[in-house]
Design a protein around this ligand. Structure first.
Ligand code: NAP
Length: 536
């Protein structure tokens, strides 16, 4: 091998979304030579790819932003309570500009293989553009929801119209005016895009397998006084969110819903419904995510709202989730979702009653009838939490791939490291709170911990750090155990890998929350990285 063509770095980061950009900033400020590989043409990660109509955040803008730089949060001004995808992408672009990050990023470059060498204690990486890089540290900052799930249907290749995926939406946009559009999937992406597609399309058909619970976002523009008042207390707010459970300021009520009368119960549920927050409803009583009977009361409250909004009782019932406890599949926040089914140009197909037989040249056949379509939108989600980590060949010690190692489900110590893969860090990986929290708070926590760890290794002249199998197994068992105290594992969710055929069912995120997790991680670091083997 001709070594002159190998680019040498201290650290290579995969991904230039929120986590990769902050990781680059932190490692560069340690004086390391760092490079980022990014498949997309610019920064943004999930916000670069997910450009479907209606794409916006379900965490409030003030919280869904970096906290690491007080000047940044003062200089940037959000315009809506829940920011749209273009505004979030503009924010990420602003951050990249402000910290001069793009100069250390190769765009349009996908990492294909990362191979560990015990001899050199380095990772060797190859890319789809023929580049070869070497680095002591490899940081996977690839996002939890970034590998599109594209189910196959009979006859798909015969369809002559357009097939789109919400997670890979064309950058030039799609005008569906006068067209017949079908949407498969009613998770967050479907629920956000369906109202807007319905306004534009001549006819919209929604193919629903499992109805989702969604709450009104109550989105609104932010007025200058609100922004100024928030900015005045931003620092204190950030500190509180860093030490919160979900990375946002929601307090879990102390009372069981089973101990209050119906009036008090409805008062709290109504308040939560009207609050337009993702976590409000499930936090309004102590036991909604623990006790099936308690959970059912919250679920019925939402079903009653659906029945109020949707004028056709048959459609309302079809939209009413009954097959899983509320909250065990991620809740959605919407703007006008249920009311969209009152439009004359919208049809809801229940795939349990009328399964998809096949795609045809001109549409989709369900239950023996053909629904003619010009555009089919897959809002079918992602191979969550592990999909993007397992897509490239990551080859650890003794030639074992991460895919082989995780064939029965992911096991990562603190979600950040896995045995047999020294000096490999997985930001918000399986086993960390990640998707159950405000991602920005969890990303910052993992990035800061990783940067401090790498700094420590450098200061101590260490060659490598590696999770021990014992610590990793103990952590994975703990993650499973705490999830088992709740109703979460009872829903067929992507948290469990249940949305992907053949994927091992493991409850992947750590349910105990940001604050407890931060304490554990800090304690590990303070004890010379307990649970890790360090070689010098
Ligand atoms: P999702 O929640 O996994 O929803 C996918 C939908 O597609 C589900 O309704 C699913 O039905 C359906 N589906 C999948 N395969 C199917 C098949 N073969 N046939 C018929 N239907 C099928 O994916 P998502 O909506 O993209 O959201 C994923 C996550 O991304 C969210 O939970 C959220 O964390 C994040 N997200 C957030 C926002 C936001 O508001 N900021 C927006 C988009 C995404 P089943 O339920 O039956 O599997």
């Amino acid at each position: 091998m001709d070594d002159t063509s190998i680019e040498q770095f201290d650290a290579v980061i995969i991904g230039a979304g929120f986590s990769g950009l902050y990781m680059l900033h932190r490692l560069r400020s340690l004086g390391l030579r760092v490079h980022v590989l990014e498949a997309a043409a610019d920064v943004g990660g999930t916000w670069w790819w997910n450009r479907y109509p209606g794409a916006r955040c379900d965490i409030e803008s003030f919280d869904y932003s970096y906290s690491f730089d007080p000047d940044l949060e003062q200089d940037w001004t959000w315009t809506e309570r829940y920011a749209t995808q273009p505004e979030i992408l503009a924010y990420i672009g602003h951050v990249a500009e402000r910290f001069d990050l793009r100069r250390d990023i190769s765009f349009g470059t996908r990492m294909l293989e990362a191979r560990w060498s015990d001899g050199t204690a380095q990772w060797s990486l190859t890319t789809d553009t023929g580049r070869r890089l070497r680095a002591r540290y490899c940081v996977m900052a690839v996002g939890c929801l970034s590998r599109a799930n594209r189910p196959r249907f009979d006859g798909m290749d015969e369809f002559t119209g357009r097939i789109l995926h919400t997670g890979e939406w064309p950058h030039e946009g799609v005008d569906v005016t006068g067209l017949r559009v079908g949407v498969i999937g009613t998770g967050s992406s479907g629920i956000q895009s369906i109202p807007l597609l319905a306004q534009q399309a001549e006819q919209l058909t929604v193919f629903q397998r499992t109805p989702a619970f969604t709450l009104p976002a109550m989105n609104a523009p932010l007025d200058p006084d609100t922004v100024a008042a928030f900015k005045a207390r931003y620092r204190a707010h950030r500190e509180a969110t860093r030490h919160s459970n979900g990375g946002v300021l929601t307090t879990l009520a102390e009372e069981s819903v089973l101990t209050v009368d119906a009036e008090e119960r409805d008062r709290r549920f109504e308040a939560a419904w009207g609050s337009g927050t993702l976590f409000g409803l499930l936090s309004s009583f102590s036991d909604l995510m623990i006790d099936p009977q308690a959970n059912e009361l919250a679920a019925q409250f939402v079903r009653d709202r659906i029945a109020e909004i949707v004028t056709d009782p048959v459609v309302a019932e079809r939209l009413s989730p009954r097959s899983f406890p509320i909250g065990t599949k991620r809740l959605c926040l919407d703007t006008g979702y249920y009311a969209t089914y009152n439009r004359p140009n919208v049809e809801l197909v229940d795939l349990h009653a009328e399964p998809i037989d096949r795609f045809t040249a001109t549409g989709i056949e369900v239950g023996g009838r053909e629904i003619p379509l010009d555009v089919i939108v897959f809002a079918t989600g992602f191979d969550a939490m592990t999909g993007a980590l397992l897509a490239p060949d990551i080859i650890g010690r003794d030639g074992i791939t991460l895919r082989e190692k995780w064939s029965e489900g992911p096991r990562a110590y603190l979600g950040i490291a896995t045995s047999g893969f020294p000096n490999l860090f997985t930001i918000t990986g399986p086993g960390s709170p990640s998707v159950l929290t405000n991602m920005l708070v969890s990303i910052e926590q993992h990035v800061e911990w990783t940067a401090a760890c790498i700094d420590w290794l450098e200061q101590h002249g260490a060659r490598s750090i590696e999770a021990t199998a014992e610590a990793e197994n103990g952590w994975a068992d703990h993650v499973t155990e705490v999830a088992g105290f709740t109703l979460y594992p009872t829903g067929n969710s992507w948290y469990l890998g249940a949305n992907i055929e053949g994927k091992p069912r493991v409850f992947m995120p750590y349910i105990a929350g940001v604050e407890i997790f931060r304490t554990v991680c800090d304690d590990v670091a303070a004890n010379d990285y307990r649970g890790f083997a360090i070689s010098r």
